[in-house]
Design a protein around this ligand. Structure first.
Ligand SMILES: [Zn+2]
Length: 401
């Protein structure tokens, strides 16, 4: 059995001087209900006019409005759900703008601060040997590991996007499960006879750190390039696969900024170099995101089908079926560009074009009830269903090695 934690790959990004000591203060309790709260609003635009208005509203308040779904305003379309986070100071203004335009909204998350408090409570106090350690969210200082060499391996990475906290939580949980239930979980034990796992718990190290210290809604990394005042590149637009085509932004202030050139970001370069060097060993690539409950495969940078489309679709459907039967959760499945929208420069497409056929993106829970603020008590069921999916993909890979 071999499970390699690959935190070392990116370890150099967070030298001691950069590890923040900030903690959400314990006295920071839920504000009283009369105070305005940051909220997450849900809108289903019923016409092209409404879609345009929503695009304008969600892109005109700078960091006071943060789009949760879709990931950039240009993807807002008629009859497609829009979820966005609104800062307390402008909640009323935004709601009246929507009303003026006759756009109906519902409040998805009314009290974001209490959810954030729940998620950050009790961090690092649990021991790793207890189950509950893996059912909490953890700051970076808590995750470590080391490397060896494998023959057949599956790569799993988590935390490309900073605010998708359930993703790194999954990587840790997966390691805990594989180690803790080795010998007990027969299926997993068998798999590990044939295949090793490379696990990168947090690809976007500084972005993730930033969501703990400063801005829970941050998506990108924290790099800064010359000639711009804005921080951050979207790591999942920075891989060299249809780089910066439609679905990415060249504006460094946008959430889907593709960076100045492919692999400009050290995190992306480190991962791409590692996978290039191990491409004969790595038989499968799975990248964990949230939210929306989907099993996606290439391509996302083009609407064209990949040459393995039919096999990948069958496997993705099998994963979704498996999760529905075993875990009673519904996941959609399909090629990225068809299932969500065009998204160039993604890791899964790049890995696929490198020659690693079994390349998947799993969008974890939920579908918008809590969105990025998924409470800790939902980590376990989320991870269980993701494990079902990973077992199905791995078994298929083992059969086809
Ligand atoms: Zn993501």
């Amino acid at each position: 059995m071999k499970i390699y934690l690959l935190i070392f790959v990116l370890g150099f990004f967070f030298g001691k001087n950069q590890v923040a000591t900030f903690r959400f203060p314990e006295s920071q309790t839920t504000p009283s209900p009369v105070e305005p709260q940051d909220q997450v609003l849900y809108v289903l635009p019923r016409s092209d006019r409404q879609a345009v208005l929503l695009r304008n509203i969600t892109s005109s308040f700078d960091e006071m409005i943060i789009l949760w779904m879709p990931d950039s305003p240009e993807h807002i379309e008629k009859n497609k759900e829009v979820h966005f986070y609104v800062n307390a100071t402008i909640v009323d203004e935004v709601k009246s703008k929507l009303k003026e335009s006759a756009i109906t909204y519902t409040i998805l998350v009314e009290n974001t601060q209490s959810l954030i408090d729940q998620q950050t409570y009790n961090d690092t106090s649990g021991q790793r040997s207890t189950t509950s350690y893996y059912e909490q969210y953890h700051a970076l200082e808590d995750m470590t590991g080391k490397e060896k060499t494998a023959t057949h391996a599956i790569w799993i990475d988590c935390g490309i996007h900073a605010r998708e906290w359930v993703s790194p939580a999954f990587c840790l949980w997966f390691v805990g499960h594989a180690v803790g239930f080795y010998g007990t979980d027969e299926y997993m034990t068998n798999l590990l006879k044939y295949i090793d796992f490379y696990i990168l718990p947090v690809m976007n190290v500084d972005g993730y750190q930033y969501t703990w210290t400063t801005n829970r809604m941050w998506r990108k990394n924290r790099s800064k390039h010359p000639n711009s005042e804005c921080y951050g590149t979207d790591l999942n637009r920075n891989f060299d696969a249809g780089w910066c085509g439609p679905g990415a932004s060249r504006n460094p202030c946008h959430d889907t900024y593709c960076g100045p050139y492919p692999e400009s970001e050290p995190e992306v370069a480190a991962v791409a170099n590692f996978i290039r060097q191990h491409k004969d060993t790595i038989k499968g690539y799975i990248t964990m995101h949230s939210y929306s409950q989907m099993v996606l495969f290439p391509y996302s940078y083009t609407k064209e089908k990949s040459k393995d489309h039919d096999e990948l679709l069958r496997l993705a459907n099998k994963v979704a079926d498996g999760i529905r039967v075993k875990n009673r959760s519904r996941y959609a499945s399909g090629a990225g560009a068809d299932t969500i929208y065009l998204a160039p420069g993604g890791s899964d497409d790049w890995v696929y074009d490198l020659g690693i056929k079994y390349s998947f993106t799993i969008e974890l829970r939920d579908k918008g009830t809590y969105g990025f603020l998924l409470p800790p008590n939902l980590i376990k069921p989320t991870c269980s269903e993701a494990l079902t999916g990973i077992k199905i993909i791995s078994a298929h890979i083992v059969k086809n090695i």
